[in-house]
Design a binder for this molecule. Structure first.
Ligand code: NDP
Length: 302
């Protein structure tokens, strides 16, 4: 039976992973809350090493990260410690105990100037501290480990955590008018879809997940398919959700990124090509709109 160490089980993706991975083994959550039975603070390397050596997992799934994209601009060292250095330490420890490793990265490793979906080996060129640190994490893993999967995803949302869907639904209750950026496009991706795809891949690798990942190691893009702007995504949320009728919102206004300045630069184009993961593992990521419909139905809003 797999012993799966799940780092960051309180996050959007981690929370979904906790449930989906249960059918592939015993899931052991590790968090930065000091009162957690297994306490890992990615900013403190000794906590990473101690827990992994203690648990001796067969698989480590790292869903934890410094995800505050704007704040990272003023906390580059902390963001680098968590996103850039810690994944390399996890990878070292995974190799030491012959555990497979699954890690998540981002479209922010690219500069967003392309007009066709990014392939896994397209040139990286992060434009923000967050993107830079996530790229450093990818490189740190690849430098020491050869039984890992890195899933680059984008525009993650769900019914838990801080995300665009929940922000829009809240704002619709509070405001009559919302302005949303219309010149950044990407593929909104449901946190549960990421977790379910991860669990399917893990179950394909049973019983010897280490050997399985060693045979498939590398970076894969894992997002919904097709593209939409943030404004288009907001429009779809309100069209599909009943809260549009009951909320205060009357007008959704498209704006340019320049009209919504933020400390970190966001890629104008965030779409990732998912053919590689489909071919390697027989997965078919859903269209972003189909997934959104299911999320809203699941929440009782659709
Ligand atoms: P969340 O922000 O929802 O969750 C982050 C998790 O990391 C939380 O469990 C948090 O714990 C934990 N964490 C933060 N700092 C530390 C630390 N120092 N030590 C231990 N744990 C820590 O992230 P998501 O679920 O959205 O992201 C999952 C992955 O997907 C990440 O790798 C992220 O970079 C990537 N990704 C996310 C995107 C998005 O739109 N959200 C887009 C593209 C990629 P706590 O609850 O204590 O804060």
């Amino acid at each position: 039976m797999n012993k799966i160490l799940l780092i960051g089980s309180t996050g959007q993706v981690g929370w979904e992973l906790h449930r989906t991975l249960m059918t592939s083994g015993t899931v052991i959550p590790a968090n930065r809350d000091p009162s957690a039975p297994y306490n890992i603070d990615l900013g403190k390397p000794d906590t990473i090493r101690t827990v992994i050596r203690d648990v001796q997992p067969s698989l480590i799934v790292n869903a934890a990260a410094y995800t505050a994209v704007d704040k990272a601009e003023s906390e580059p060292d902390l963001a680098m410690a968590i996103n850039g250095t810690a994944p390399g330490i996890i990878a070292e420890e995974a190799k030491r105990c012959k555990a497979g490793m699954i890690h998540y990265s981002t479209d922010y490793v690219f500069n967003g100037s392309q007009t066709r979906p990014y392939l896994e080996d397209d040139l990286t060129d992060p434009q923000s501290v967050y993107g830079l640190t996530k790229l450093a994490g990818e490189q740190a893993i690849a430098a020491v480990n050869d039984a890992y999967l890195i899933f680059r995803t984008s525009w993650v949302y769900g019914l838990k955590g801080k995300n665009f869907l929940l922000t829009m639904l809240k704002l619709a209750q509070e405001r009559e008018e919302i302005k949303v950026v219309d010149d950044q496009v990407g593929s909104p991706t449901w946190s549960r879809m990421i977790a379910e795809a991860t669990a399917q891949i893990v179950s394909q690798g049973c019983p010897d997940i280490y050997q399985f990942l060693a045979g498939k190691y590398g970076i894969y893009h894992l997002t919904s398919t097709s593209q939409v702007s943030w404004h288009g995504f907001a429009k779809a949320i309100f069209e599909l959700s009943k809260s549009f009728e009951v909320g205060r919102l009357r007008t959704l206004i498209p704006i340019l990124s320049d009209q919504y300045p933020s400390p970190a630069q966001r890629p104008a184009y965030s779409c990732l090509d998912t053919d590689k993961i489909s071919e390697a593992f027989g997965l078919k990521p859903p269209h972003w709109n189909d997934a959104l419909e299911l999320v809203l139905l699941d929440s009782g809003l659709g």
